[in-house]
Design a protein around this ligand. Structure first.
Ligand SMILES: NC(=O)c1ccc[n+]([C@@H]2O[C@H](COP(=O)([O-])OP(=O)(O)OC[C@H]3O[C@@H](n4cnc5c(N)ncnc54)[C@H](O)[C@@H]3O)[C@@H](O)[C@H]2O)c1
Length: 388
């Protein structure tokens, strides 16, 4: 069995997920990293002393012995780096969100289609046990035909993670509805069996604009501190904040169903709470990872008394055990062509709803239509990246 060799672009922080790829006994080796930040370079080399580290990702791409790369850099780097990697003939694992514009996503898809280099999107929520259980319930027909989906996304660590570095500026992230919501919009599309065709949004920056800022010379500290509460007492915020800290969008899907997503960055607790309502019942997650429950209602009654309760348990690995499952799916996709749960068209359509939702909330809440993709490109990706 031939060894597959990997390079990590963004070698630490979220790039540490790529460290899981390294399993020489099974024929997978991380041989190089590229990172612009000394601390991340050092962390990578401490983990992989035999590997090479580059400052410029283009030097990593020049290496013929590297078969695949994982790109886990900030969102605004994704488009350029993914296109360069695909053109260099590397298979690409690209973190979500695919890019910060719809055009950027479409350019990545087109490049993957033209080069034939494989593309995998890192939507790990498609490997969360809670999401998979809700999908199984919906697919079994237990709640009938789903017509309505809602997600309330409470984020306790928003001030720590998203308002102290590049995330806080539209030019680098477009906005947090897209940045964070790419996960949730994707989950809603997946479980509801359609893609958003029209979206309208409202959002505001209403809390974190009032917090103490760091100086532009200082690096933002994006570590999470449980004692950082209440929000107005937090400090060290980005000099420039032009993204919303509260986002709400309504979506009409192409299969006639409707969805709603709400995201708040200054909540005291953290959870994604989804519910899907069909013609025969309703499903809701109580907790999103670890020990949590999925509740199902099939008869008239009260919220406190679901008809069925499924109990889920702690799983090993980050993000509720989803990261190692997703990494395995990437390896199986590379080596055996096995179809993963994630798919690049879905990633693009999640970005599209996020971008247009932001556009709507910044332009009088107008309903915005999602631009359609080329049919040939859709067909290629729906066929698991095999040309017919
Ligand atoms: N799927 C998930 O659960 C999940 C979780 C966290 C982050 N993410 C995604 O991962 C990506 C990285 O997030 P993060 O919080 O680790 O970001 P980050 O700002 O910490 O950057 C990640 C790494 O990339 C490096 N880097 C920055 N610019 C670079 C460049 N031009 N070339 C090479 N390296 C560069 C940084 O030094 C850092 O080591 C984002 O796209 C984010 O959306 C996904």
């Amino acid at each position: 069995m031939e060894t597959i060799k990997f390079g990590l672009i963004g070698a630490s922080r979220r790039g540490q997920n790529g460290w899981l790829l390294h399993d020489p006994e099974k024929g997978y080796e991380v041989v190089a990293g590229a990172d612009t930040y000394k601390k991340s370079q050092d962390e990578f080399l401490a983990k992989f002393p035999e590997a090479d580290i580059y400052e410029d990702y283009r030097d990593l791409l020049k290496r013929d012995d590297i078969d695949a790369v994982m790109i886990a850099t900030p969102d605004f780097c994704h488009e350029e780096q993914a296109i360069a990697a695909l053109k260099a003939g590397k298979a690409v694992f690209l973190e979500k969100p695919m890019a910060i514009t719809i055009e950027g996503c479409d350019r990545i898809l087109k490049t993957a289609y033209e080069t034939g280099s494989k593309l995998f999107l890192g939507h790990n929520m498609r490997y969360f046990a809670s999401i998979l259980k809700m999908k199984e319930i919906i697919d079994s027909g237990m709640i009938g035909e789903v017509q309505c989906g809602w997600c309330r996304h409470f984020i306790s660590y928003g001030g720590d993670a998203y308002f102290k570095d590049w995330h806080s500026e539209q030019q680098y992230s477009t906005g947090l509805l897209l940045q964070k919501g790419a996960h949730d919009i994707d989950v809603m599309h997946w479980l509801m069996g359609g893609y958003t065709k029209r979206v309208s949004g409202m959002g505001m920056l209403s809390v974190y604009d009032k917090c103490a800022r760091r100086s532009p010379e200082e690096r933002g500290d994006v570590n999470w501190y449980p004692n950082n509460y209440p929000p107005l007492e937090q400090t060290g915020f980005s000099p420039v904040i032009d993204v919303e800290d509260h986002n709400m969008i309504m979506m009409q899907l192409d299969n006639g169903s409707q969805a709603c997503y709400m995201q708040c960055h200054y909540a005291p607790d953290a959870e994604r709470n989804y519910t899907f309502i069909g013609t025969k019942g309703r499903v809701e997650n109580m907790g999103e990872a670890g020990e949590c429950e999925i509740h199902v209602w099939n008869r008239r009654g009260s919220r406190q008394n679901p008809d069925i309760i499924y109990k889920l348990y702690e799983m090993t690995g980050s993000h509720g055990g989803s990261d190692p499952l997703m990494i395995q799916a990437f390896l199986d996709f590379l080596r055996y062509g096995k179809r993963p749960n994630t798919n690049p068209i879905a990633s693009r359509n999640a970005v599209a709803a996020g971008v247009m939702g932001h556009y709507s909330m910044r332009n009088g809440n107008m309903p915005m239509d999602i631009p359609e993709l080329d049919k040939e490109i859709i067909e290629y990706f729906e066929n698991n990246q095999v040309k017919k």
